[in-house]
Design a protein around this ligand. Structure first.
Ligand SMILES: [Zn+2]
Length: 412
């Protein structure tokens, strides 16, 4: 085992607000072996002086689409799969270069990408995937125009990011297939969305028995269900039926936030994507209908974060970016900082997201036994969160599984 000693590091552990006094961190292979006094006296093969820089857990993005290389989802479906695999690789490599050492993909990424990462075919973030998200016909995952009967890609109801399933038997079969293919979680759309042409935001998608069925399939496989939901009534119904993470949640109100707390569920806001669409959506390839629907949720996103914080909801950290807008991934920090403390935002992007992906103590923290996925920062992000904003160059180095990632220079 190669042992690397990082000296003179001030540690943010992802869990507590504040930095440690300058001390040491011992890494062996892909794990953190010891932190603090115990590490200080250890024998190591390599020693690096971090000169008082901050060491914090690698970032986790809990709402990501590695295969979404286009903002126009219809155009995306028409791309050859081999092309999609290539762009997916680049999107993942870039996420790692921005400091995201783990991503949870909630529609698209699959066993093939996971396996390529596992085998070291390329260097990207750790991947937790669900395969295709499930949508009812006419739901958020159904991107056919109103005059179209056939599926957009000619592939029998399923596309790249989502598949259409209707009825309890169909959703059970789809869930079992996804879990067979190694899905870490299942994703359903239970309200209307922005990027789809025919469903209003307020629409309640899937019947109750369909949601119950998919939650049951996930639970028996010790997985869980993530649900795209905007409105109070769709969020309420989802958490009542056992959905574990609410994606977006922009229109949540106080009463609904209290129900989410009671259910022990999470909300994963994705402010960066609305901001990016508003700023450059059309030039970045988004269709017009998408921008028309944007106003239904845009301004409320930040209010939802405030409402959830006040109610004590466990907030994850996501981005949901598409196409060239992926480069704004770290803009989520700036947006969240409008209503949260730096600690709250960083805790979401590390320890809470680790909890969401079921890796408490292994990811999203700096502690003995955890994977050595870390960022070294020039300065203290708990005092100045702008060190992580998209234009910042304060990330000194990025470590994944105990190895310094080949470059910290982003292509953005
Ligand atoms: Zn999404």
């Amino acid at each position: 085992m190669t042992r690397t000693l990082l000296r003179n590091a001030r540690i943010f552990d992802g869990l507590r607000d504040g930095l440690s006094e300058p001390g040491a961190l011992l890494i062996g292979d892909d794990r953190i072996l010891a932190v603090g006094a115990e590490a200080d006296t250890a024998a190591a093969d390599i020693a690096i002086d971090l000169e008082g820089r901050t060491v914090m857990p690698g970032l986790i993005d809990a709402h990501f689409h590695a295969y979404a290389s286009r903002a126009d989802l219809v155009a995306l479906e028409k791309l050859p799969p081999t092309y999609v695999a290539q762009t997916g690789r680049v999107i993942m490599e870039d996420a790692l270069r921005r400091g995201f050492t783990t991503i949870r993909d909630v529609g698209g990424a699959d066993y093939g990408m996971w396996r390529a990462l596992q085998e070291g075919v390329f260097e990207g973030p750790r991947l937790f995937y669900c395969g295709r998200a499930f949508s009812q016909s006419g739901g958020h995952g159904d991107i056919r125009a109103p005059h179209e009967d056939e599926s957009v890609c000619g592939c029998a109801g399923h596309g790249l990011l989502a598949e259409r399933v209707d009825g309890v038997d169909a959703i059970r079969r789809a869930a079992r297939e996804a879990l067979r293919k190694g899905a870490h979680h299942l994703k359903i759309f239970v309200s209307g969305g922005i990027a789809s042409p025919s469903d209003p935001i307020w629409m309640m998608q899937f019947a109750e028995d369909e949601i119950v069925a998919v939650v049951d399939e996930a639970a028996r496989r010790r997985a869980y269900v993530a649900a795209h939901a905007y409105t109070p009534e769709t969020i309420t119904r989802a958490v009542r039926l056992g959905v574990r993470t609410i994606e977006h949640g922009n229109l949540i109100d106080r009463a609904t936030a209290a129900l989410v707390v009671k259910a022990g569920a999470y909300v994963v806001p994705t402010l960066a994507t609305y901001e990016a669409f508003r700023r450059s959506g059309l030039e970045d390839g988004a269709p017009k209908h998408l921008l028309d629907k944007l106003n239904d949720v845009y301004g409320q996103g930040i209010e939802a974060v405030r409402t959830c914080r006040e109610a004590g909801v466990k907030l994850g950290f996501g981005t949901d970016l598409l196409g060239p807008m992926h480069k704004h991934q770290r803009d989520e920090f700036r947006l969240r900082a409008q209503v949260e403390t730096p600690f709250e935002v960083l805790n979401s992007a590390t320890a809470v997201n680790a909890e969401i992906v079921g890796m408490t103590g292994q990811l999203g923290t700096i502690a003995a036994g955890a994977y050595a996925d870390m960022l070294v920062i020039d300065g203290n992000p708990l005092a100045d969160l702008s060190l992580l904003y998209e234009d910042s160059v304060a990330i000194h180095s990025i470590w994944k599984a105990g190895r310094r990632v080949s470059t910290s220079v982003s292509r953005d």
